[in-house]
Design a protein around this ligand. Structure first.
Ligand code: HEM
Length: 518
């Protein structure tokens, strides 16, 4: 699930201002050369509109750390299909529902590949996972195993007991904080509950507790942060030394070694269990690592997954599933706290449907239409993965423009969710808009694609949504919520943290009061 963040591209420049001057001079000399245009170099291709670029940097100097926002402003001038240059590499930016449909539906197979950065290779064992694996037989088989064995509706249902237990523990934690009159750090709690649920489904046990657990969560954050960073050397190869000077490669290598240490421990633990050694975990239920280990031992499946492959897939699922769901919960609660009427409407719905019951079941969730509308509206305004990354596998025309083989294509789901051509009053948080609309996020309605679409679309929608909805329904049913003293609906800090998934920059803090009357 590779997203794109400008941060590390600019890191080198930020920490080494002399480099900027050097590049400035180089750019000027290139400009001087280009003033004499060689007519034989003029292409007959019809290229998408493009803002003017600098020779060495291309358009990199026009991008902020929140790239999705920079793309939106540039797109307002240059249209929904725009050509930028990162260094000298062409990159197509897609920012309307129609253009996205051409990429992920009409020409899905052409855009089914992902860019293969050094960072992705380091973390994912030379691309042996699912989300960055090259399009082909290996990716297809692994994705179908993952969908069947972990993410199908039936499998997701079978993890219901895990979600219920972990949600109750979350309620206990909030209760305790509220009794001690402490502020509730919702951002932190949401990361830990989503991680605990996914770890139990994948590994059969949690790893998020204690000091080791904190380290594990921090490592996952690092994977997400570094994966969202595409270094300058990827785009301007002769500047790749900058990544060594700034220490970027060293930091990635160190994190990859630590992640490998953790995953190796998990694999060994499962081998011991298979040899009969008892280790505390959800007994009697086969978990996803067990299934992968069986594939590893059994060649009959036709998929050759080696030990590194197993570790890469586990990392994919844990890193891809934790942060995205936690960010969805964080943005949803922040919007509800800014919109007390929407919060009250949601509380009324949940409390009405579950009146007199302490436990909210997944059958109850199906009846909660406003809850679903609130989550959709949040994903429209705050898609956790704002940019979908693909690579063209052949030369192709899109919306009448030529795109060459190997070109990277970034679809800006964040800008599409706020496009006035698709949405009335796009900047307003109005869950009601979904009560009378059939638009859904399953990858068929291209104005709302927080989970992507097509072959490379997210296989974790059901897993993610049932978890997010269950936590949210419990949180609003069992507590009254207020912003801390001094914070108002108007001044709550909604600044985004740049990265592979977009979180709030500052943790969401709130005051909870238990509510026993429903
Ligand atoms: C709210 C939660 C989530 C969001 C917003 C989300 C979003 C996404 C997005 C945008 C993509 C890329 C799609 C594309 O390029 O078209 C993706 C891919 C993926 N996601 Fe999710 N995701 C979520 C939860 C999960 C969960 C819970 C899992 C697994 C347990 C998961 C596993 C994956 C995998 C394996 C891929 C790679 C698919 C491929 O390359 O074929 N995701 N996700």
């Amino acid at each position: 699930m590779l997203s794109f963040n400008q941060q590390q591209i600019l890191d080198g420049f930020r920490f080494h201002p002399f480099l900027l001057s050097l590049l400035g001079l180089l750019s000027l000399s290139f400009v001087a050369k280009r003033l004499y245009i060689n007519p034989s170099l003029i292409s007959t291709k019809k290229l998408p509109p493009s803002p003017p670029k600098l020779p060495v940097l291309g358009n990199l100097h026009q991008l902020s750390t929140l790239t999705h926002r920079s793309f939106q402003s540039l797109g307002a001038k240059h249209g929904p299909l725009m050509l930028l240059h990162f260094g000298n590499k062409p990159v197509i930016i897609v920012q309307s529902a129609d253009a996205a449909k051409e990429i992920m539906k009409t020409n899905d197979i052409v855009f089914a590949d992902k860019p293969h950065t050094r960072t992705a290779r380091r973390f994912f064992y030379e691309l042996r996972d699912i989300s960055v694996a090259p399009y082909g037989e290996y990716w297809r088989k692994l994705k179908s195993i993952c969908v069947l064995q972990l993410l199908s509706s039936k499998r997701v249902q079978s993890f219901g007991f895990i979600r219920e237990e972990e949600t109750s523990l979350l309620m206990e934690k909030i209760n305790k904080l509220s009794k001690n009159l402490e502020l509730v750090n919702l951002s932190e709690l949401f990361v830990s509950v989503t991680n605990d649920v996914i770890c139990r489904a994948v590994f059969g046990r949690k790893y998020g507790e204690g000091e080791g657990g904190k380290r594990f969560l921090m490592l996952l954050r690092k994977v997400v942060e570094y994966m969202g960073s595409v270094s300058i050397g990827e785009f301007v190869p002769w500047l790749s030394w900058i990544n060594y000077v700034t220490g970027f490669h060293r930091r990635v290598d160190k994190a990859a070694r630590e992640v490998d240490g953790f995953l190796e421990m998990v694999v060994q633990e499962h081998m011991l269990i298979n040899e009969g050694v008892r280790i505390s975990r959800d007994e009697s239920r086969e978990n996803f690592v067990d299934i992968l280990m069986n594939l590893y031992k059994d060649d009959k499946s036709g998929v050759s997954v080696d030990r590194d492959g197993i570790k890469a897939i586990i990392l994919d699922i844990i890193a891809g599933g934790t942060d995205t769901s936690a960010a969805t919960l964080e943005w949803t609660m922040s919007e509800l706290l800014r919109h007390p009427i929407a919060l009250k409407t949601l509380q009324n719905e949940v409390r009405e449907i579950t009146r007199g019951k302490n436990i909210i079941t997944e059958n109850d969730l199906v009846k909660m239409h406003y809850l679903r509308a609130v989550v959709k509206e949040t994903l429209r305004l705050h898609p956790p993965v704002p940019l979908l990354v693909r690579v063209a596998r052949e030369n192709i025309k899109v919306m009448g423009y030529d795109i060459s083989i190997g070109t990277m294509v970034l679809t800006n789901t964040w800008a599409i969710g706020r496009d006035p051509d698709s949405w009335n009053e796009p900047e307003k948080f109005m869950p009601e808009r979904f009560l009378t609309s059939s638009v859904d996020f399953k990858g068929l309605d291209f104005e709302l694609i927080p989970f992507g679409a097509g072959r490379r679309g997210c296989p974790g929608i059901v897993f993610a949504m049932v978890g997010v909805e269950l936590v949210l329904a419990n949180v609003v049913k069992k507590f009254e919520w207020e912003l801390p003293k001094g914070t108002t609906c108007e001044n709550l800090d909604m600044t985004e943290q740049p990265g592979f998934t977009t979180h709030m920059k500052n943790p969401l803090l709130a005051v909870a009061t238990p509510c026993y009357n429903f």
